[in-house]
Design a protein around this ligand. Structure first.
Ligand code: BGC
Length: 734
């Protein structure tokens, strides 16, 4: 009897062990199954506590894994222009590693200004390789918030004012990153169009503005880019925080667009356990500013989606299906990245990556004015060249907020120009000075402005040519996270300096580095203006290559340069439209953002959206369509020729805009619907073929909450910018 009992005991034990074995075993790598099968299997082995655990941070930039099952942590890093240096476990301090120097790629405004989706792909691939080498699973990039006001401190991290351009540029960037088994994390979803009061401002706007202007780039990222994660923004939307917003997360992102990835908070973007849990948030990062591991109310265990969430699940207040859905999404992200065994190994700060940065920088630089033909510069014509301006030497990869970088090298404009034109010819004067870069703090310059100016003007007066390198920088209240610019004017008394330089020397090439537009009171007296953005590691080489004519400029503006602040739609309706009354902000200009506003209201900008000159010239043939009448499910095939009529090879970003002259609702004067960057040898002609889907001529109808293409006439035009229409053709939609 005893023997039988013992045998029975062992049989039972065996059965229990076998049943548990499935649950207990680590997740061995098994590439024979699909990700979905592996996610399901992993989920079935996890306890409730383990599922909850993976929803929150364990440090500033990583989440918990499941050590018992061998499910790895997720490691994240900023940002859009390079892989940020390592940050300390519990605080924002730099970890001072010695192996984390990266390539600084040009700012996203520069990438957008290339108007070349292929550039976006090589950029995404290169930055993805660096992220992979640095063992990151999620790169917190790119940002696709729309340029609504030139005061927004973070415009330099975004793709400009047009939803179509931003959509076309973001998709290949995501593909490039994710080819490396690294997730892109598109940010900041959504309506984070200013830094001032970003943590709480409540944005009110029409459905139409939301769907036509602010959502398209995010939608493209999800439906075409197949992005694996999205970062919710800090602001509120219609009364609810963006990271806990049923409308934008559950209904639109996960409902309408069928997003199967993870919603990650911006750092500290969660505010309430139940709202976050039920309204679509998956991963919570950076709650509080400390998030210390112990002894603090913000300890990781006390995050909204940590213990407080577990309690609501255990008490039944939130159904277990809620955590199962989140854990499924997080596991999917882990299997796509950290547990992806097919991913390449990546590479860091290579010559190839520097070349990618340089090419993007060259292709993105925009020549705005060249009336005296000072450009391209033939240095043999000049005995002495004065380089003036702090930005010629300032490090522009530090500061700016979370996009700060520790590049392996950074070629300054001064260095690039010296290498190109000869160090012996060049003398440098600072001209103006800003203070030390510090997050959220404006530091005064230690230098005396009048003295710097006098020195620079004297140098300009005795030089054959002046190359002025100025603009904004990455200081707080310039192009920087955390706050907006306080003025549309150039800072650090540059307007006064430029005006005096213009009196001292007629031959001045103005090279401006910024991620934003600015006022130009000196423009009438300027013959030569070159907008060069933030170019990253290879900035100086790229600038020198374009100024010298080795590369013909081909960048075009991704946003309009208004003459004055009050010319912008967002600044035309009082403070409630910008920056808000500190609680609410109403986007009163509605869909009329950027050139849509300038065009429709007949306000002449200094330089229009899509504008940029070249060292050669282009002739556009007449635009033609394959038919005259289309039904709403058809595509319009467009063709026209472009000829390089000048003496040098060059590239032109040709644009096609559409308008609906008679509509039942207000429609912008015109909207970008297609573009292509064409490379043409001197004298070469190409016939371009572009396509627009009739359904993309729709507007978003607030009353029916749907896209609507009205029957009737539409006019399509080919154009060199939003203000330079070459020819038009009318079509009918039946
Ligand atoms: C920024 C994000 C960034 C995050 C982590 C936030 O303050 O808004 O863009 O990814 O910090 O550094």
């Amino acid at each position: 009897m005893k023997k039988i009992k013992t045998a029975l005991f062992f049989i039972l034990l065996g059965a229990v062990l076998q049943a548990n074995a499935q649950k207990m075993n680590p997740i061995y790598l098994d590439n024979t199954q699909t990700i979905e099968a592996r996610v399901k299997d992993a989920l079935s082995r996890m306890t409730l506590e383990e599922k909850v655990k993976i929803c929150t941070a364990q440090s500033k930039f990583s989440t918990h894994g499941v050590p018992r099952l061998g499910i790895p942590e997720l490691w994240m890093s900023d940002g859009p222009h390079g892989v940020r240096m390592e940050i300390l476990w519990d605080s924002w301090g730099h970890a001072e590693w010695t192996n984390d120097s990266c390539t600084a790629f040009p700012a996203l405004t520069c990438l957008a200004a290339t108007w070349n989706p292929q550039m976006s792909h090589i950029y995404g691939k290169a930055i993805g390789e660096e992220a992979r080498y640095r063992r990151k699973d999620v790169l917190l990039a790119p940002g696709v918030n729309i340029y609504r006001t030139p005061l927004n401190g973070r415009n330099f991290e975004y793709f400009g004012e047009d939803p179509y351009l931003a959509s076309k540029m973001v998709v290949p960037y995501i593909h490039g990153i994710q080819e490396n088994g690294v997730s892109a994390c598109v940010k900041h979803y959504v309506l984070n169009n200013q830094e001032k009061w970003r943590g709480h401002i409540n944005v009110e706007l029409s459905d139409r503005a939301l769907y036509e202007i602010y959502l398209p780039a995010f939608k493209a990222a999800v439906t075409e880019g197949k992005v694996w994660s999205i970062m919710g923004s800090y602001n509120k939307i219609r009364g609810t925080y963006a990271c806990e917003n049923d409308l934008t997360l559950n209904k639109i992102l996960k409902g309408e667009w069928k997003f199967d990835g993870c919603v990650i908070t911006d750092w500290g973007g969660a505010h309430n356990t139940k709202e976050a849990a039920l309204n679509g948030l998956d991963i919570e990062m950076g709650t509080g500013t400390d998030g210390f591991t112990s002894n603090s109310k913000n300890a990781y265990d006390n995050y909204y989606l940590a213990n407080p969430y577990l309690q609501l699940l255990t008490s039944g207040e939130i159904p277990v299906s809620n955590i199962d859905e989140k854990a499924t999404r997080i596991l999917r992200l882990i299997f796509r990245t950290a547990m992806n065994t097919n991913k390449p190994f990546g590479s860091l700060a290579t010559e190839e990556h520097a070349a990618v940065g340089r090419t993007v920088s060259e292709q993105g630089a925009v020549l705005l004015k060249n009336t005296a033909h000072l450009l391209p510069i033939d240095a043999s014509n000049y005995k002495s060249i004065a380089v003036i301006g702090e930005n010629a030497t300032r490090i522009l990869t530090e500061g700016g907020g979370s996009s700060e970088l520790k590049p392996k090298h950074e070629i300054s404009p001064l260095q690039g120009l010296k290498e190109k034109f000869g160090a012996d010819k060049i003398t440098y004067a600072m001209g103006y000075a800003s203070g030390k870069v510090e997050y959220d703090k404006v530091n005064k310059s230690p230098y005396e402005a009048a003295k710097l100016r006098k020195e620079a003007v004297e140098l300009a007066a005795k030089s054959d040519l002046v190359i002025y390198v100025g603009g904004l920088n990455k200081n707080s209240q310039q192009d920087s996270e955390g706050d907006d610019r306080i003025s549309y004017s150039l800072p650090f008394e540059q307007n006064e300096l430029i005006t005096e330089l213009q009196k001292a020397n007629k031959k001045i090439v103005l090279v401006m580095l910024s991620g934003n537009a600015y006022e130009m009171p000196w423009l009438n007296n300027a013959t030569t203006l070159f907008q060069a953005w933030y170019g990253g590691s290879e900035a100086g080489h790229a600038i020198a290559n374009v100024l010298s004519g080795e590369v013909s400029p081909s960048g075009k503006l991704p946003f309009s340069f208004g003459a004055k602040l009050s010319d912008y739609g967002s600044h035309s309706y009082g403070s409630i439209a910008y920056p808000g009354d500190s609680i609410n902000e109403i986007y009163k200009e509605d869909i009329l953002v950027g050139y849509r506003w300038f065009d429709t209201k007949k306000i002449k900008p200094l330089f229009p959206f899509g504008f940029g000159l070249s060292y050669t010239s282009f002739q556009y043939g007449k635009i033609a369509t394959d038919k005259k009448i289309y039904s709403s499910d058809e595509s319009i095939k467009i063709s026209f020729t472009v000829k390089n009529t000048g003496k040098v090879d060059g590239a032109e970003a040709v644009q096609v805009y559409a308008s609906q002259p008679k509509a039942s609702v207000l429609r912008p004067e015109k909207e970008l619907k297609a573009f292509k960057k064409v490379f043409l040898k001197a004298g070469e002609t190409q016939t371009l073929e572009l396509e627009i889907k009739v359904k993309d001529l729709a507007f978003f109808d607030n009353t029916t909450h749907s896209w609507k293409v009205e029957v009737g006439e539409f006019v399509l035009c080919n154009a060199a910018s939003s203000a330079d229409v070459k020819s038009k053709v009318a079509i009918q939609v039946k």
